[in-house]
Ligand binder design. Sequence first.
Ligand SMILES: Cc1cc2nc3c(=O)[nH]c(=O)nc-3n(C[C@H](O)[C@H](O)[C@H](O)COP(=O)(O)OP(=O)(O)OC[C@H]3O[C@@H](n4cnc5c(N)ncnc54)[C@H](O)[C@@H]3O)c2cc1C
Length: 422
Amino acid sequence: MFDITIVGAGVSGATFGSKASKYAKTLLIEAQNYQKEIPIRTNIFPEHNRPFIKEEIDWHNREFFPTTHTTSNYMSDELNGVIDSTEFGVPLGNVSYTENLVAKLINNFEQNGGTFKSNERISKVNRHTDHLELINAKGESYNTKLLALATGSRGLELQRSLGFGVPDSYTGVYVHLYGNEDKINENLKFNYTFHINPKISHNGPFFFNKGIERVSAGYLGEHGQSKEEIISKLERILKNYKPIQPIVEGLSYNLSSAIVGEISKHPIKGFSHDRVLILGEAAGIVTAFFYEGLLPGVACADIASKTVKPLFESGSSFSGSELQKYDKEVKRILYPYFKNGNALEYLIYNDSSYVKTLWRLYTKLLKENKTCRKYIYEAYINHDLSKHNTSNDRYVGEKWFGMLPALSKITLSPKFFRAMLM
Ligand SMILES: Cc1cc2nc3c(=O)[nH]c(=O)nc-3n(C[C@H](O)[C@H](O)[C@H](O)COP(=O)(O)OP(=O)(O)OC[C@H]3O[C@@H](n4cnc5c(N)ncnc54)[C@H](O)[C@@H]3O)c2cc1C
């Protein structure tokens, strides 16, 4: 019998594993074959993630974090709205080589005595009065007192079978572009480029995340397209889309290595029942506009660990009411910050004709208004997101609205008003 079993060894599950294995007999199960390879990912890892992994990961280790993140470019067809941390102080965060980060977290887990199984998919969960029984695709079973589902968007049927809701899922695609460090820096000044064009997607950005000798490029949020269509659209964008040609020029990439996957957002109502917790993206805890999923992953892991530890010590049976604290803490800590993403999602991710203009004005605002840049900077580096300053978001919203031409002000004022109340 395991004390805790975690299904899914992405950032959420591996972080929780690294923490929980310090005080409980823990099993971590991953469907992909990590012995062969952990899929490579180059991600943005803001400073506000740091408090949740400070005991697990050395923030200055260049194996996991090859470079600091100093510049973000909110890019429209005509303008760059750049947040440069050197204008205000410390870096915005790090860029992560997430495969190395996950490997390190699993290593911590095993060093603490945890049992890791890779290349093994859990296909069924049976509830018993005093434990849960997990059954893998080969029919083997494990018993556990507490189950944490950290399956991202790829195991939602498990939580559905246990009576949980499932979040909304969207499709994304990315590929790595390669070049030497100098060439990459010559092509791309910014660690993070976030570009909106409704012709690419109505539900997400086109992005570049810059590592040292590699850049991840892709787009998020397309609906109902096949894998082939999504990859072929990515190919057309990389080859022909004018605004990004200077970035792509001279870098190599292989579209047969492009990854197509689901990304979930819009949090489900409850993240815990008797003996079960849902962590990170599986619960839809991903910011609705920027699709930040690593922050919620490490935050959920930290909050889950802090909830569960005292329950172990008191010999708890992990009732739904005892685990409720996890839900409350996730909402208290993350939701003030999530509001901003909800408002931006509402204004930008739709098929109205004004979206392109509105995004152009947003990038213009960031270019011209230092206070707006400073407020965004402060959100990146905030170590206590429960105190995220929503009046700063409102200030940016008001200034943005103020830039609209008179006629657009009349038509868009109800939308802006509603966005401000989100
Ligand atoms: C293209 C793209 C770029 C992104 N860039 C960023 C970024 O720069 N910064 C950021 O903060 N966020 C980013 N995100 C979002 C972020 O990467 C994810 O939200 C986050 O990694 C989710 O972590 P997770 O651990 O919850 O889930 P996952 O990373 O999806 O891990 C879940 C794991 O569970 C395993 N699993 C599923 N079902 C089972 C089962 N039944 N049995 C066993 N194992 C199972 C899966 O194989 C998987 O490894 C990006 C997302 C995409 C798609």
